[in-house]
Design a protein around this ligand. Structure first.
Ligand SMILES: C[S@@+](CC[C@H](N)C(=O)[O-])C[C@H]1O[C@@H](n2cnc3c(N)ncnc32)[C@H](O)[C@@H]1O
Length: 262
């Protein structure tokens, strides 16, 4: 099931309990973000539901997991991954987007990329994660605390017309809206998902729109990576080019994807 917006009861619950949340600051270039740290705040979990509508406890999905993700159950949303920091830096230093544009943070997790956009553009930002639980208990509080100017209720009133939340597998991503920009970080580790990602890009970008993916050159033990994704796009209606490389033990890369003009 796709949730175009998060459950209102969960939002209300979050607003009431907002003062009890704790955040840490992370610095990315000249920008800084607050990221929620007390995910086990039990009030919030009461109304958590996963993308299939079943009650679920985040502590079972992700937080106490020995691994960073459990394929098909929890895909790593409760963590700020390295490449999302690269993307924020790239957006702030190189893209510097403004104006009324529609953006998608595909596989948003913490939401720092979408939050960075919300602060600079005037249009909408849609936040997508596999787990609705992540969107309610991690992405949304992060959005609220980072965009908060007055009270949290007023902040949400102003922001809610500009943000949408979409949960579920990419194979069910709604093809009802087109985006000027799609951003996606650390999402090409699993080659099984490439057809789903291509389908979203092909159907959801505006004709002149573009997508930026930030990823490691190779995901050891998983099999995906930038070259693998690039190879997969060869015979598709999409072009891909390397935009920025972050040299490290495992190189990190930002690629730009556009629709082939016929
Ligand atoms: C490794 S996390 C990265 C999170 C965030 N972008 C970051 O860099 O910090 C992968 C993200 O992709 C999403 N994701 C992975 N596979 C997915 C799938 N098959 N369908 C929908 N979302 C998926 C996860 O929910 C998660 O948000």
């Amino acid at each position: 099931m796709i949730n175009q917006s998060v459950d209102q009861a969960a939002v209300d619950n979050l607003l009431v309990n907002f003062d009890g949340l704790k955040f840490k600051s992370i610095k990315i270039g000249d920008d800084s973000f607050k990221i929620i740290t007390n995910l086990s705040c039990s009030q919030l979990f009461k109304s958590s539901v996963d993308h299939d509508g079943d009650a679920i406890d985040s502590r079972e999905v992700g937080l106490n997991s020995p691994s960073d993700l459990t394929p098909g159950v929890y895909e790593g949303g409760f963590k700020v991954w390295e490449c999302s920091r690269d993307m924020v830096q790239f957006i702030n230093d190189d893209l510097q987007l403004t104006g009324t544009i529609n953006c998608l943070d595909l596989g948003c997790g913490s939401g720092i990329v979408g939050i960075c956009l919300l602060k600079s553009i005037e249009g909408s930002v849609d936040f997508q994660d596999f787990n609705q639980n992540v969107l309610i208990n991690y992405t949304l509080p992060n959005i609220l605390v980072n965009c908060k100017q007055s009270s949290v209720n007023e902040t949400w009133e102003k922001l809610s017309p500009r943000v949408n939340f979409i949960s579920g597998d990419w194979s069910n991503f709604p093809k009802t809206k087109r985006y000027d920009y799609i951003f996606s970080c650390e999402t090409i580790y699993n080659q099984d998902n490439y057809p789903k990602l291509v389908d979203i890009l092909t159907n959801c970008l505006t004709p002149n729109g573009c997508a930026y993916f930030a990823a490691k050159s190779y995901y050891f033990g998983v099999g995906g990576g930038v070259q693998q994704f690039s190879d997969f796009l060869v015979d598709k209606q999409l072009t891909i080019e390397e935009i920025k490389v972050f040299p490290d033990c495992v190189e990190r890369i930002i690629v730009k994807i556009t629709i082939k003009q016929s």
